[in-house]
Design a binder for this molecule. Structure first.
Ligand code: MG
Length: 306
């Protein structure tokens, strides 16, 4: 099958830089692709890379789009290399959109809302709780633990009884610091999980931690792409997988692996536009995932641009 192919780039500034243990991120740059079939039907896909998370860079994605010219075939899409997982997702999701898709209905309030780092989190938690959100995520490993623990205590105090809090270390903790967080969290049932406490490659050590503590552990950076998800599963990880479909690769490959192995999965945003988000939610709805998804990020943008 042949498709006409066009693309455009976009840049969306964050209202405030997104601070993680990887550093500060100020502008989300991405590519919207459009495929048009012989009948004149058009569907879009989004390429929203996060290179420091394990995907290609925006430049690599762009040069792949540029070398295509104005046409692409289904076979070419299937041949997008595994080194371009965000391109695989963008083209793959545009391709499957030509088939009838189930309608999706996910309330934004069912999403996990990302809190700002530091003390700003407390006020935001209160405002978002009042709006009806009940699952929150807060970044740890950003400040020294002696500063973060007191903020954590204030957050827990402000957290409604039925709400849940996810702590995301972005791989920034040492083993002893991870133990300290897990020890502290073990007395608090509202901690849904600690995300990526250790480095990307420290799977065995993370498995060891998961066996020692009551608080569940999720992997995120370690399971950024389909290749990594499959490798980590083979290495014995049976905890939670935080997966960003936008950079994981072909949606059908991801969906098949999750369903076949019944992975405990949280789908999460790559701070994409509604094009990529809709495709990710579409996949989530076919997989019937039970945990709140991490797409509560709209308010991080000052404008909803393409
Ligand atoms: Mg994470």
């Amino acid at each position: 099958m042949h498709y006409q192919f066009t693309y455009s780039t976009y840049q969306r500034p964050f209202r405030q830089p997104l601070k993680t243990s990887h550093g500060s991120w100020e502008i989300r740059a991405g590519i919207i692709i459009t495929l048009t079939d012989g009948a004149g039907r058009s569907y879009q896909g989004e390429i929203a890379p996060i290179p420091w998370f394990g995907s290609e860079s925006i430049e690599q994605a762009l040069s792949w789009c540029q070398q295509l010219g104005d046409k692409i075939t289904t076979a070419q899409i299937y041949r997008i290399p595994d080194t371009l997982p965000a391109c695989q997702f963008g083209f793959g999701s545009a391709l499957i959109a030509f088939d009838p898709q189930p309608s999706i209905a996910v309330s934004p309030l069912d999403m996990s809302a990302l809190l700002p780092s530091g003390t700003a989190a407390i006020e935001r938690l209160q405002a978002l709780s009042a709006q009806g959100y009940s699952t929150f995520k807060w970044k740890i490993g950003v400040l020294p633990i002696a500063q973060e623990m007191p903020i954590w205590r204030q957050l827990i105090a402000a957290l409604p009884a039925a709400a849940k809090l996810r702590l995301d270390a972005n791989g920034g903790l040492t083993y002893p610091l991870a133990e300290q967080w897990l020890e502290t969290c073990s007395q608090e049932a509202r901690i849904e999980f600690i995300e990526q406490p250790l480095g990307v490659d420290e799977i065995d050590r993370t498995i060891e931690l998961a066996q020692k503590y009551h608080t569940p552990i999720a992997l995120d950076e370690s399971v950024a792409t389909c290749d990594r998800i499959e490798a980590v599963y083979a290495a014995g990880w049976r905890g939670i997988y935080v997966i960003k479909p936008g950079i994981a690769g072909f949606p059908w490959r991801l969906g098949d692996f999750i369903a076949r192995h019944q992975l405990d999965v949280v789908f999460s945003s790559v701070l994409e536009t509604s094009v990529g988000k809709t495709a990710a939610l579409q996949l989530a709805s076919t997989l019937k995932l039970s945990r709140s998804m991490g797409f509560g990020v709209d308010e991080w943008f000052s404008e909803i641009a393409r």
